[in-house]
Design a protein around this ligand. Structure first.
Ligand SMILES: Nc1ncnc2c1ncn2[C@@H]1O[C@H](COP(=O)(O)OP(=O)(O)OP(=O)(O)O)[C@@H](O)[C@H]1O
Ligand SMILES: [Mg+2]
Length: 726
């Protein structure tokens, strides 16, 4: 699935050979030489959504997938490899102004790069679109271009390129819409030095879809890595992690989908490991990582049955899985069983232990699996950042590859937060488009006060406002309040928000509320929101994990790191190794489970920095954390010069040469294309050059002489027609 480049693709050997042998540059050149329809749709006489659609179709059938609307690039997924991404194309677009050559994603990357140098300002590229539209592939193409464009093939280029597929193994999965769907959002900042060579990169990630770990809809899969391990590992490795065939594991065997067409799991795993090695994840560290990954799979098979007031392991298989998991996590089977099947209640000065019933224990096991995986994912991102980030740099180009607007049959907290992010991005987009329009009006010395523009601030207030409280604040209150229920949550929403124009409680259905988003109305179901929003493991589980004999597990859960989350970046690989060495010398006390987390000494280590930062912040709820993250993102984007790439899915069958009018129309509608058109309509929607205007209407007043100054000619002509020329 490392479609466009694996570690070796961008400027690497494999690619060079292919270009030489395949000679596909000629094909690419011939393709791009075709002139079909409007390359920039702002030049269309009357810009309507239908007009836009038919222009895009005319071009798409000729394999011209890129089209501009001013500096916004529309990219339609071709579902086939086009020969237009070779080094020859990088060279062709290098140093060329936007619009001079046919539309291409490289042209946007080039524009951002040159603007960064000329304006000495940070740049950003916002890649958006629905699942399967091509956001991640576009992101990779931008990285590929920038890496090849800047021409100095340093180790860091290679690492920046490799970081994307590393995270894909753990953060991507097959869904109904995309065989390689990113189940997290990301912002990659490519850092440049004084000479504008790539000197480093950092990555921020958003909302990993943890619920996928324990449940996948029919036909979908869990994250790729689990199949790479069960189907792709050698016999010895599988024995090392006590792994059996994929079908055995509850977390992956329920959706009826185990494989992806054309995916070779052992090859993928090998590539993943090779890429990990670039980031210092080899030997014992790699082994520890696989221990945690394997433990997640095993936890799903620790099943329970009712017994007395509580529950017991459901037979010898469950017992065996408990033992394997405990071993992998460096715990005793007894401690792990306690962690999963009991709860602790604090009563003033003492802690009382209570058994859970079978269903509750199963849920607690699921919570553990989700927590382990997400902590590992955070750690991995911070490990990559630790290896790639540059302490000092001159400027950056940020590339944002983030989930599009989502509406499912059942919409939960995840969809709500994703749609909140899209409201934010839409507002940013609108403001930018409005600003762009303003610049044109100012250049032409036209009064632009005629454009009164209303954005989606109201909907954003509904979601994120603190006082009076919006949805997130109310959810936070209800998440902290011990006696809150789904009903009290909905009641509070109703009493606070029922007058809001974008909010509605649907009649006849309980536990639901509706939000009118810019892209349509969505009905949300509130069950499980408060637990998800709290986003934490019970205290006793954290304590037990922190006492693991397995150094890596213990450090991921170490309380000192949790208390002091500073230093997320800034560690060199050497400092990390040093810290690891120090860490290796420490004792691992086996404290009684009822004692507080005492006796832990945890040296500062970059192994823990990602988790530490996350945990330090995790006293905040998921909703508030995400809200803050989004605000930081908006501040960052606001300080850059932004470019927009609107990816469009061509058809649901995921096949080449198939333009599904309805599907594409709907995407254009919600991709802000309508907003662009609307803002244009509010002002002067039809724009012709003076020359075109004069030549077209001169027949009406042939007495007006043609000179070289078409502005003057047009003015004279307009006067004879009794028209005002702005
Ligand atoms: N420019 C392109 N050329 C060829 N194929 C492409 C291109 N862009 C996308 N594809 C194809 O479409 C598939 C889906 O694209 P991609 O994974 O980038 O979608 P996405 O928008 O990131 O979706 P998600 O939100 O699910 O992560 C790719 O695996 C690839 O097969
Ligand atoms: Mg993606």
């Amino acid at each position: 699935f490392f479609v466009f480049f694996s570690v070796s693709m961008a400027g690497g050997d494999k690619k060079k050979k292919k270009t030489k042998k395949g000679g596909n540059n000629e094909e690419g050149k011939a393709l791009m030489a075709k002139r079909i329809g409007y390359e920039d749709m702002t030049l269309m006489e009357n810009m309507t959504l239908d007009g836009v659609l038919s222009n895009l179709k005319d071009r798409y059938v000729e394999d011209l997938i890129y089209t501009y609307t001013s500096s916004i690039l529309v990219a339609i997924n071709p579902y086939k490899r086009l020969p237009i991404y070779t080094d020859a194309f990088v060279k062709q677009y290098k140093g060329v102004r936007l619009g001079k050559l046919p539309p291409h994603i490289f042209a946007i990357a080039e524009t951002a790069y040159t603007a960064m140098i000329q304006h000495e300002r940070n740049q950003s590229v916002l890649v958006s679109g629905e699942s399967g539209a091509g956001k991640t592939e576009s992101t990779k193409l931008i990285l590929q271009f920038l890496s090849a464009r800047t021409g100095r093939s340093s180790g860091i280029d290679k690492m920046v390129l490799a970081s994307v597929p590393v995270l894909e193994a753990m953060g991507n999965a097959k869904t109904g819409r995309n065989d390689n769907s990113s189940r997290f959002g990301k912002l990659i900042k490519i850092q440049f030095d004084d000479d504008y060579y790539i000197i480093g990169s950092t990555m921020e990630h958003y909302l990993l879809e943890k619920s996928r770990l324990i449940f996948q809809a029919p036909g979908e899969r869990n994250f790729h890595i689990f199949y790479q391990m069960t189907n792709g590992m050698s016999k010895e490795d599988k024995e090392r992690y006590s792994l059996r065939e994929a079908e055995y594991y509850n977390y992956i065997n329920k959706s009826g989908c185990m494989t992806v067409d054309g995916m070779d799991e052992s090859k993928e795993l090998q590539e993943f490991r090779e890429a990990l090695a670039l980031f210092d994840i080899t030997g014992d560290l790699e082994h520890q990582m696989f221990c945690i990954l394997a433990s997640v799979l095993h936890i799903g098979n620790i099943t329970f049955k009712a017994e007395g007031e509580g529950c017991a392991l459901d037979g010898p298989d469950a017992q065996k899985e408990l033992e394997i998991t405990a071993e992998l996590l460096g715990l005793t089977a007894e401690d792990l069983l306690f962690a999963i099947s009991k709860k602790e209640i604090k009563m003033r000065s003492e802690i009382i232990t209570k058994p859970l019933n079978a269903e509750q224990a199963r849920n607690q096991g699921d919570a553990l699996a989700k927590h382990l995986y997400s902590v590992l994912f955070d750690w991995l991102v911070s490990q990559l950042n630790g290896c790639t980030h540059a302490e000092t740099y001159k400027q950056f180009i940020g590339v944002l590859d983030i989930f599009g607007f989502e509406v499912f049959t059942k919409n939960s907290l995840e969809q709500f937060l994703i749609n909140f992010a899209n409201e934010k991005l839409q507002q940013f987009f609108n403001n930018q488009i409005f600003k762009l329009e303003q610049v044109i009006y100012e250049q032409e010395k036209i009064d632009w006060s005629i454009i009164e523009f209303k954005d989606n601030q109201e909907c954003l207030d509904l979601i994120e406002q603190k006082r009076p409280p919006g949805i997130i604040s109310i959810l936070d209150e209800e998440s902290k309040f011990p006696r809150a229920t789904d009903e009290t949550f909905v009641e509070k929403l109703t009493s606070n928000l029922s007058k809001h124009a974008n909010f509605e409680i649907p009649r006849l259905s309980r536990g639901k509320f509706n939000v009118k988003h810019f892209a349509g109305e969505v009905s949300y179901e509130v069950d499980g929101w408060r637990e998800k929003n709290r986003d934490e493991l019970p205290e006793h589980m954290l304590r037990i994990l922190g006492q693991s004999k397995n150094l890596f597990t213990a450090i991921l859960y170490s309380p000192e790191e949790i208390a002091d989350p500073k230093g997320i970046t800034g560690k060199s690989p050497f400092a990390r190794r040093q810290a690891k060495k120090e860490a290796a010398g420490r004792e691992s006390p086996r404290a009684g489970v009822t004692s507080p987390r005492s006796g832990m000494t945890s040296p500062r280590s970059a192994v823990a920095v990602g988790q530490a930062a996350k945990k330090g912040a995790s006293k905040l709820t998921l909703g508030t954390q995400f809200k803050n993250q989004l605000q930081n993102l908006m501040d960052l984007l606001g300080s850059t010069e932004p470019y927009f790439i609107r990816c469009v899915k061509s058809n649901p069958q995921k096949i080449p040469n198939n333009f599904d009018d309805k599907l594409i129309y709907d995407q254009l509608l919600y991709a802000g294309m309508l907003e662009t058109i609307r803002i244009r309509r509010l002002g002067y929607p039809i724009r012709w050059t003076h020359e075109d205007f004069f030549k077209r209407f001169r027949v009406i007043s042939p007495q007006v002489a043609q000179t070289k100054n078409f502005r003057e000619c047009a003015e004279k002509l307009a006067l004879t027609l009794d028209m005002n020329m702005p």
